[in-house]
Design a protein around this ligand. Sequence first.
Ligand SMILES: [Zn+2]
Length: 399
Amino acid sequence: MKYVLEVLFPYIFLLYVFDCITYVKAQHLILTSLFGKKFDLKGPGLHLAGLLPTSQTIITHNLPLFFTLDGIYAVFDPTGSNRAINKAEEFNFIKFQDIELIEVEGKNLKLNNTHTIKFPSSLIARFNARYINKLKILSPSEREEKIRASLSDSFDLKAVKKIATSNSKSFAIIKILSSCLFVLVFFMLPLVLYLNLSKYVNLNALVICISLFYFLLLFAGFLTLKKLYRFDNDLRSHTLLSIIFSPVNAIHVISYLTKDLYFRFNYLTLAAYFMPRDSFKELAGKEIFLIDYYENQIDRQDWRKFLKLKKELLQGLLDKCEISLDEISTPPEKQDQTAVCYCPFCMAEYKKKRHNCIDCGMVLKEFEWDDTLNLYQSERSDHSVLRGVGGFDSNINYS
Ligand SMILES: [Zn+2]
């Protein structure tokens, strides 16, 4: 058995590392934490997630997808621009009465067999399909109420806290079991296999110990999955099968359990709870800026009404976090003293004057010259002034 394990061990290790590599698509986001305490928000690209048995991963998104009283506004191929800001002409509008077919294929939601929205998980795709189905059959007044309630739910900070705290005990047990398994598999096993410590540790006993922890972890994972995703058989069986067919992945089962746990919340609500205050403030500032910018891009009542509601809810979230609007609209601190202008959205600085930001296309603002300091200082950011300065056209595709 020793020889077989010596040959297999590098593959087991690689299998584990490969399972930690996550590819995040455009407009999708993941929140990751090594020890389950301090979370980072990761955007498009390759990332490591679930590296340790204590690591947690949460899948979320910031898709350009708005459900208004009249229909759905969406950018169906956000990979085309791969930017945080979309131009008005990139949005398509579909009226609810024109939606005849809603299908979910894995992570993709298809409308009328012509438009596809790519969600970061199949649970989020199914959740949105049910939501569109409901909105479609409701009367306008009921629909307005439903949109308000659903959007309000997605900004419910208390509900996020409740989910996080109500599962803390079962997660703690799983973390202890998986940490033990991690030490046995990635420390004890190679020591016994390659450093000839078999005089002190019996290999057969070690393998039995590993198997015991694996089955205990499988059982604890099964019970927690049953509690967390009571109404989603597909997700439960898919997660369980991933661990059964690749036992080494049981070591970071906590990441499998948490990734879909907050599927119904806006990414800003998750950021408010899981991320450091300054990081959340930065994201909230960008979102407020984006809402103000979008408001003037499409001249339709339902569009403006939706954005107004979203802004109200975001302001409510900021109030709960005791953050004032002034705090998040403070101008950026100049990083490069030779810079003459900056992007009010992505905060990129430019040494030469130009009209639009290379990264996001937003119209740039100039730093203000301050005689007392003999330096350029950024002018005070005022969202009402910034509104409508975008260089994009207000054309929209109605389909
Ligand atoms: Zn920019």
